[in-house]
Unconditional design. Structure first.
Length: 270
């Protein structure tokens, strides 16, 4: 019975991670809240890395055609210099530029950020900040498509992604919001945001292999970890599809309402 309860708790954690990773409400913040409510204390980063990897697989599968087009187009542009491939090459270059700020901040300050900000009060305040940002861009409809971006746009969005290292600040939220704020169309903002997510998550996985290998709970929590991983994988896929539909309709305002309600409730009750 004890094992069954533990498996159920990790199933719920997988649902929370999968449901919140693609949408602008902060998966890391919601995991902190869920772990507190379920009475689970994680030692190290192995669980976070595993569930983030599950989300990465699901999101990469959804954007697989875009990923392949950018890789093939970039390689062909380097080889042939044909103008028809330049847009793909430049978009890939913007993704690289946009990834740099978060990489630098993560390498220098990630441990300090997690130490100082991994608490429910920070999550609550961060959700309120995310809600305000979503409210401010609710009526913006940009005109920039993939071929209209600039290195300045990429750097600004990249800095927003770096800010999202603070628990409660949504990575997808900060990058989508900032992409729209600099004038991108909804579909371009969505695509650019999640193209930025892929290298950051891959880097986190590579750097976190030692955390997974050295996890003190690895043997005792093998089954719960597998349950959470598979649950996160499936739920992320459907949550991402749902969010893409929301973005297409321009209904981000509903996430602002959620962030306001969640932030206020957390400040009152936790």
């Amino acid at each position: 019975m004890t094992d069954l309860l533990l498996w159920l708790k990790y199933l719920l954690l997988g649902i929370v991670q999968g449901a919140t990773e693609p949408i602008p409400v902060s998966s890391s913040g919601h995991l902190i809240i869920a772990q507190k409510l379920l009475g689970i204390e994680q030692r190290g980063l192995a669980f976070e890395i595993l569930t983030n990897t599950a989300s990465l697989i699901a999101i990469s599968f959804i954007f697989r055609k875009d990923i392949m087009r950018l890789i093939v187009g970039s390689l062909r542009f380097v080889q042939t210099r044909e103008k028809s491939y330049r847009a793909d090459f430049m978009f890939a270059a913007y993704v690289v530029v946009g990834t740099v700020p978060a990489v630098i901040i993560a390498l220098l300050f990630k441990d300090q950020i997690e130490s100082y900000f991994s608490n429910v009060r920070t999550v609550a305040v961060s959700l309120l900040i995310t809600g305000v940002a979503l409210w401010l861009i609710r009526n913006l409809r940009g005109r920039k498509r993939d071929g209209d971006l600039s290195f300045k746009d990429a750097l600004i969005v990249g800095m927003a992604q770096a800010v999202a290292l603070i628990p409660g600040i949504s990575r997808s939220g900060s990058t989508v919001i900032t992409s729209i704020a600099v004038g991108m169309k909804q579909d371009t903002a969505l695509r650019f945001s999640f193209m930025l997510y892929i290298p950051i998550s891959l880097g986190g996985l590579v750097l976190g292999i030692s955390d997974i290998a050295g996890d003190p709970d690895r043997s005792t929590l093998a089954i719960p970890y597998i349950i959470a991983f598979l649950t996160t994988l499936v739920v992320t896929y459907f949550a991402m599809k749902w969010f893409m539909n929301i973005m297409a309709k321009g209904n981000l305002i509903y996430f602002a309402y959620y962030c306001f309600a969640a932030g206020i409730l957390l400040l009152i009750f936790l």
